[in-house]
Design a protein around this ligand. Sequence first.
Ligand SMILES: [Zn+2]
Length: 423
Amino acid sequence: MKLKLSLLWLIVIQISFAQQRTCGMEQKMQQIMNDPIARQQYLQQQAQFEVELQKMATLSRNSNAVNNVQTIRIPVAVHYPSAGAVTESVKTCLRALAQNQINILNADYNATNADIVNFTENDASFYPGISVGNLGVQFELATENHPAGTGLTNGQVAVTFGTDFLSGADSDPTWAGYMNMVVRNEGSSILGYSPLGGSPASGHTVVINRFAFGSGSGCAGFVPAAPFNLGRTLTHELGHFFNLDHTFNNGTCSTNTNCNTQGDRVCDTPEVASESYECPEVGTVGSCSFEQFALTMNYMDYVDDACMYMFTLGQENRMRAYYNAIVSQFSTTALSNNEVLDNNFKIYPNPSKGSFTIEFKELTNSYAVEVYDITGKVIYDNNFELTSSLVQTINLENTGSGVYFVNIKTDNGLLITKKIVME
Ligand SMILES: [Zn+2]
């Protein structure tokens, strides 16, 4: 009998752990709207956003959206408030976890995520007229000109340990100008939250629960737990930061719908009355319209990490307008001037058949090369020290074909990422 009871407990514990997605954005917004100053800032920013949205409506979707002539770079700082006393090796692990999460964001926000093919090759047929969106931004851990008093020096990545953000608050003017991500214990019910339309100038943060940050085996106290172990909680919450609402916002099927002002205010996401959980099969969940299915694989629904994999073009436009409204708030000096390094080396051949050469114009003292795939998985990692050669050949004969990213980091902190295609 005793054994049976403990088995029952085990089942109860497992059920309570296999939770459904929850997001604290709406509570966060209530807090902001109840604070007169924060509310006024919020309304001002939304007014700016509307101006940008109008501007975009007059432009056809061309250069920026499709060709990404110039990649937008966003300086990121990641904060682990509870990790002030951890060992150096745990800190190293947590910095890698931060980079892993950023790699996931860069895939999801550029529609280069591996599972986007689920949509393009199959699911799209259930959604006539809906296209994949791609904000075309590059999130990068900031490395230069860190805020005074943070103890970080030039060349170090902006990952902090023990920073309490004004005793546990969600914003801190010290970190104004950064895309701040705070990873901490938020209990077991909330995966994360963000303001709906965040303000870098106010040092706003996106908060992620410590078991829903990044992917892989994680680090002590910060282990990604299924089904939220693929880093998509941050993809979802950053959508809020860039002014995207939940696809199920309002929770009713309205009559006389104006999709520009009701629901999620995005016209190409089918209107739905409620959220979807876990992993619905495509074509099984209806929307408010008899002619359309719910877009359950959208990042702004409540499905599991493995089952969300796309933004729509309408969401892209809304995020881009919001980005345009806040771009001047991002620090312009927190990222290294990659051009220096960019002009100093080349990678060839690209596309490559499995091995490629990195050639430097001048000798650098030492540098690290890291190659990762579009899921953020590192497939090559090596340090070259005091090398007297201007060329390095990297052999990756056994990797599959596809798009990969090569990170080169010099000992003075310069970091550059180049895309390489393997055939
Ligand atoms: Zn949400």
